[in-house]
Design a binder for this molecule. Structure first.
Ligand SMILES: *Cc1c(COP(=O)(O)O)cnc(C)c1O
Length: 354
C-alpha cells in the first residue's frame, strides 16, 4: 500500500517520567478514506496527529458504527522493533467490521499502515521496564445521513501512544466486582467484536463497581447471569485444582490474542485447559473450599492482571491471600519475555518491523 506523507514542522517533546496509559500521542497518524462511490479505500496517508473534521450528521455519531483494535510495538534490548501476532488483530478487525456491516480492511492494509507508522515513530517507542508503544487502529462511519443503514463512507485510522507498565508497582492483584444486574453481551449480539458500543453499554456497571471500591467488573452471561464470561477489557482465567478454566469463544466473549497465547503456553506446560461454562456459584464454592488457587485477567494493555478478590452478591472471596500467585507470575514473565524479545520466540509470534 502506497501511503502519502505530510511532514510537520514542529515535532513534539517526548514525555518525561511516568507514561501512564493513553496519556500521550505521537507526532503522526495514519488515515485511509473509504467511499463506496469512489471504488472503496483511497487516499492512504500519514499526516500530523491532530483534530479531524466531521459532518455533524456523520453516522458514527448517531448509530455507533465504529470498531477498533489494540496492540503494541516493543523495542528489544538490541534495538529491534517487534509486533506481537498482528495478523490476529487484523483477522479480528475484519470479523468486527463484518458484524457491524462495515467494509473489510485487508490484512495487508491493516498491518501495512501500522508498520509504516511505527517505522516513522520508532523514536517514540519507550524502552523503560514494561514500556511499549500502544497502537490503536480504528474505523468509523463518516457518511452524513440521519437514517439507519450501513454507511457508504468511512475513515480507517491508526494512532499511537507511548505507554508505561499498566501497574507502576508491577503485577499487583485487583479487586473484581461480579455484576449480577447489567450484562455486556448476549448470544447473537456483538460481544465477540471490538466495537465502541460494547464499551458504552458497560460503563454503568464499571461505575457501580468503583462506587463499591472495586477496580473492574466480572461479567456473567447475558441470558441467565449464571456463567462467568470476562472482565472489563480482559479475558479471565481461573486455576482450580491445578486445572485452568476460562469461558469458551462462542460469540459473547472477546477472542483475546493474549488469551489465545497464554492457553498455548499453559497447554505446553502440561496444564489441563477447560474452555467451558463455569457457573459463578461453582466458582464461589471452589473459593470457599480453598480450591480456587489463582485467577487472572489477560489482555494487551495489562498483559496479565492477578485477581485478588471477587465480590458476588455481597459475598467476598479472597484469592491466594491477595497475592500474585506463582503461575500468574510465571505466565506474565514468559509472555512479556517473548514480547520484549528477551526469551526465545519458539511459537513464531513476534514480527520484526524493518
Ligand atoms: C481487547 C479486549 C480483550 C483482550 O484482547 P487482547 O487481544 O488480548 O488484547 C478482552 N476483552 C475485551 C472486551 C476487549 O475489548
Amino acid at each position: 500500500m502506497e501511503m502519502k506523507f505530510e511532514a510537520r514542522s514542529d515535532l513534539k517533546e517526548k514525555p518525561q517520567g511516568a507514561l501512564g496509559f493513553g496519556k500521550y500521542y505521537t507526532d503522526y497518524m495514519a488515515v485511509v478514506d473509504y467511499d463506496e462511490d469512489q471504488g472503496g479505500f483511497h487516499d492512504a496517508r500519514i499526516v500530523p496527529f491532530g483534530p479531524i473534521e466531521l459532518n455533524p450528521a456523520s453516522m458514527v455519531l448517531h448509530y455507533a458504527q465504529e470498531t477498533f483494535e489494540g496492540l503494541k510495538a516493543y523495542k528489544t534490548k538490541d534495538g529491534r522493533i517487534l509486533l506481537f501476532r498482528p495478523e490476529k488483530n487484523a483477522a479480528r478487525f475484519a470479523n468486527s467490521n463484518d458484524r457491524l456491516s462495515m467494509p473489510k480492511v485487508s490484512e495487508e492494509m491493516f498491518i501495512g499502515a501500522i508498520e509504516e507508522l511505527v517505522k516513522l515513530e520508532k523514536d517514540w517507542i519507550p524502552t523503560g521496564e514494561g514500556e511499549s508503544l500502544y497502537i490503536r487502529p480504528y474505523m468509523f462511519a463518516t457518511e452524513a445521513q440521519v437514517g439507519v443503514h450501513p454507511a457508504k463512507s468511512y475513515k480507517f485510522m491508526v494512532i499511537c501512544s507511548p505507554v508505561g507498565a499498566y501497574y507502576p508497582e508491577g503485577v499487583a492483584p485487583v479487586k473484581i466486582w461480579v455484576e449480577d444486574e447489567y450484562v455486556r453481551a448476549a448470544p447473537g449480539g456483538t460481544g465477540f467484536t471490538k466495537c465502541g458500543g460494547n464499551y458504552a453499554g458497560s460503563l454503568k456497571a464499571q461505575e457501580k463497581a468503583e462506587a463499591h471500591g472495586y477496580t473492574q467488573v466480572l461479567w456473567l452471561d447475558g441470558v441467565n447471569r449464571k456463567y462467568v464470561e470476562e472482565v472489563g477489557s480482559m479475558n479471565v482465567m481461573f486455576v482450580i485444582d491445578n486445572k485452568i478454566y476460562t469461558a469458551p469463544i462462542e460469540g459473547t466473549v472477546l477472542p483475546g490474542v493474549t488469551r489465545d497465547s497464554i492457553l498455548h503456553i499453559l497447554k505446553d506446560w502440561g496444564y489441563e485447559i477447560h474452555e467451558e461454562h463455569l457457573a459463578i456459584e461453582d466458582l464461589m464454592q471452589a473459593a470457599r473450599e480453598g480450591r480456587l488457587q489463582e485467577a487472572f485477567g489477560t489482555g494487551t494493555a495489562a498483559v496479565v492482571s492477578p485477581v485478588g478478590e471477587l465480590c458476588y452478591k455481597g459475598e467476598k472471596a479472597v484469592i491466594n491471600n491477595f497475592e500474585t500467585g506463582p503461575l500468574t507470575q510465571k505466565v506474565y514473565d514468559t509472555l512479556t519475555g517473548i514480547q520484549w524479545g528477551d526469551l526465545e520466540d519458539k511459537y513464531g509470534w513476534t514480527r520484526e518491523v524493518k
